[in-house]
Design a protein around this ligand. Structure first.
Ligand SMILES: NC(=O)c1ccc[n+]([C@@H]2O[C@H](COP(=O)([O-])OP(=O)(O)OC[C@H]3O[C@@H](n4cnc5c(N)ncnc54)[C@H](OP(=O)(O)O)[C@@H]3O)[C@@H](O)[C@H]2O)c1
Length: 302
């Protein structure tokens, strides 16, 4: 099965590359050949790679920057996603599109299900919602996977930020009134591959298509996530700090964030047979990977 994935060095693209094997070939398709800001050549470029499944993991992911770079966010996350899905439709192959919890405003008191009303609270969420709609309009042969709080051992993410801050501070203030589920990119990769296999195996089953929620199991707050990171840091000789819980109101950002980002992932389990591991177990694996990478880097220096 040839999975062609948009984006080159993104967290999910890299995780998919690492998960390849056992009959799965992962082919990254990114800039300059595929630039979602200028999606004119996307169909020709994707066709040349002969995919069995197209995965759209490329996105404008800088949530705060999107507030001022609205046009680029909509071009990449909205129109760009549509162009990728149309290209997949022309090739008569399924498209798996990554989306986000930020399509919701976060006022729900319980985890969101796929049929809950969307109401993004920021430009990034609006642009990702435009992408979901463009993908669905392009082809029925799609799985839109909404995920949240994505992190990996490398790349720009919350774990990397916490470890960097702990190098120079004893204490970090972290918001404690936003809930969600951290999701480890390698677990996303395994889930995407499982969904891709199901779509290829059963090309006409509507139940396998549509929108699915896909996050790490369990939930926490950003402060809880930070505490869990530092609780695992010491034993792995990684930097650690105390966590000072703060309120969203005390940490103003250009983009508003949902208070409740929790997604109910039951549909993914019942239709695709896919359940992501508990976020705490995933964090163990990520911290091990970071510690191993740092030890290898140290070895190279000496
Ligand atoms: N990060 C999160 O917390 C989070 C949460 C919920 C949902 N998601 C969704 O999950 C998916 C994967 O996220 P991620 O964390 O892997 O993202 P990421 O690490 O920020 O990587 C973004 C990817 O998008 C590519 N990209 C950006 N602009 C592009 C353009 N104009 N043309 C082509 N490619 C472009 C980048 O390409 P280069 O490799 O060339 O830089 C990179 O590969 C995205 O759809 C995102 O919206 C992410």
């Amino acid at each position: 099965m040839r999975l062609v994935v948009t984006g080159r060095a993104g967290q999910v693209t890299r995780a998919l590359q690492a998960a390849a094997g056992h009959g799965v070939v992962v082919i990254p398709a990114g800039r300059p050949e595929i630039d979602l800001l200028h999606p004119d050549g996307v169909d020709v470029a994707l066709a040349a790679l002969s995919p069995d499944v197209v995965v759209n993991a490329a996105a404008f992911t800088a949530v705060d920057l999107a507030e001022t770079e609205r046009e680029a966010a909509f071009a990449i996350n909205g129109a760009g996603a549509g162009a990728v899905a149309r290209a997949a439709a022309r090739l008569a192959v399924p498209v798996i599109h990554l989306s986000t919890d930020y399509v919701f405003d976060g006022t729900n008191p319980v985890p969101y299900v796929e049929t809950d009303a969307v109401a993004p609270a920021n430009v990034y969420g609006q642009s990702k919602l435009a992408g979901e709609r463009a993908v669905a309009a392009a082809t029925d042969n799609h799985a839109i996977l909404r995920t949240s709080w994505v992190y990996a051992a490398a790349g720009k993410n919350f774990v990397a930020t916490m470890l960097r801050l702990a190098e120079t501070r004893d204490e970090v203030g972290v918001v404690s009134d936003q809930q969600g589920a951290p999701t480890y990119a390698p677990d996303i990769a395994d889930a995407v591959i499982a969904v891709a296999r199901n779509l290829v195996a059963d090309p006409h089953e509507p139940r396998l298509r549509g929108i699915f929620h896909m996050t790490g199991a369990g939930a926490t707050t950003w402060a809880g996530f930070a505490e869990a990171i530092f609780a695992r840091a010491g034993a792995r000789r990684l930097p650690r700090a105390r966590v000072r819980p703060i309120l969203t109101a005390d940490y103003p950002t250009p983009a508003r964030r949902p208070a409740n980002s929790r997604l109910d992932c039951g549909r993914l389990t019942s239709t695709h047979g896919v359940t992501l591991p508990d976020w705490r177990d995933a964090l163990d694996r990520c911290m091990d990977a970071i510690a191993a990478q740092r030890a290898a880097d140290e070895d190279k220096k000496t």
